[in-house]
Design a protein around this ligand. Structure first.
Ligand code: VGL
Length: 206
C-alpha cells in the first residue's frame, strides 16, 4: 500500500455557546459576530474533512457538591459565574452558528473545569484526539470563544498532539483584550500560525 501523503484538515469551533455571547452569563464582546463569521467561513466552500464543535457542559450548581470553577464572586481568571449548565439555554450553541450536519460535537467540563477541547468526548464517548486520529487529520484550524481561555488551551493541546495549527484572529473573541493579546503571542511562540481567515484562504494548499 502506498503511504498516505495528503494531509486532511479539520476545523475546530470552540465553545460558541449562548452563555459566551452577548446576553449570556459569561458574555464575550462580539461572540455573536464571531459565530456569524464562522458560519460564513464554513459555507464559503472550505472543504474541511471534519468539523468539530466543542461545548462547555457544566453541572447544575449543587451546595453539597462544590464546583470550584464557579463562584458568586468570580475573578474572571480562575473562577467564573455559573455558565453552560447542561440542559439550559445558555449551554446551547449560538443560533448564528451554522454547522454542517456531519459536524461532531464534543462536550467537556462535566466533572471539573476543562478549558481544552481535548478534554472532551463526543456522544459515543470518543475523545476529540481519537476523532481526529480516526480521520487522519494532520492540520487543524481553530476558531471560537474565548481566545484567552478555551481557544488558547485547545490550540496548545492540538500543537502538543503534533498537529499543524492555525488560529484565525478574525474568528475568535476573548474575555479581555490584554489577556487575549498575550494568548495569541503565546500561541505564536508555540509554533501556531495566527492569521486572519483572508490570509488563511490565500495560504491554503490546493
Ligand atoms: C471559557 C472561561 C470559563 C471558554 C470557559 O470557553 O473560553 N472561559 N469557561
Amino acid at each position: 500500500m502506498p503511504e498516505e501523503v495528503t494531509m486532511q484538515s479539520a476545523l475546530i469551533v470552540v465553545d460558541v455557546q449562548n452563555d459566551f455571547c452577548p446576553g449570556g452569563s459569561l458574555a464575550v464582546a462580539g461572540g455573536d459576530a464571531v459565530a456569524t463569521r464562522i458560519s460564513r467561513w464554513i459555507e464559503s466552500g472550505n472543504d474541511y474533512h471534519l468539523v468539530v464543535a466543542t461545548m462547555d457542559s457544566h453541572p447544575r450548581p449543587d451546595p453539597t457538591q462544590p464546583f470550584p470553577h464557579f463562584s458568586d464572586h468570580p475573578d474572571y481568571m480562575r473562577t467564573w459565574p455559573p455558565h453552560c449548565i447542561e440542559g439550559t439555554c445558555g449551554a446551547r450553541l449560538h443560533r448564528n452558528l451554522r454547522l454542517p450536519p456531519s459536524a461532531v460535537v464534543v462536550r467537556k467540563g462535566q466533572e471539573a473545569a476543562a478549558y481544552s477541547g481535548f478534554a472532551g468526548h463526543d456522544d459515543h464517548g470518543v475523545s476529540l484526539a481519537e476523532n481526529l486520529q480516526r480521520e487522519r487529520i494532520g492540520a487543524v484550524d481553530i476558531v471560537g470563544l474565548a481566545t484567552d481561555y478555551c481557544v488558547k488551551a485547545t490550540a496548545m493541546d492540538a500543537r502538543a498532539h503534533g498537529l499543524a495549527v492555525r488560529v484565525f484572529a478574525d474568528m475568535v473573541a476573548g474575555v479581555s483584550l490584554g489577556s487575549s493579546g498575550r494568548a495569541l503571542d503565546e500561541l505564536r511562540n508555540a509554533g501556531i500560525v495566527v492569521e486572519t481567515s483572508i490570509d488563511g484562504s490565500r495560504s491554503r494548499p490546493e
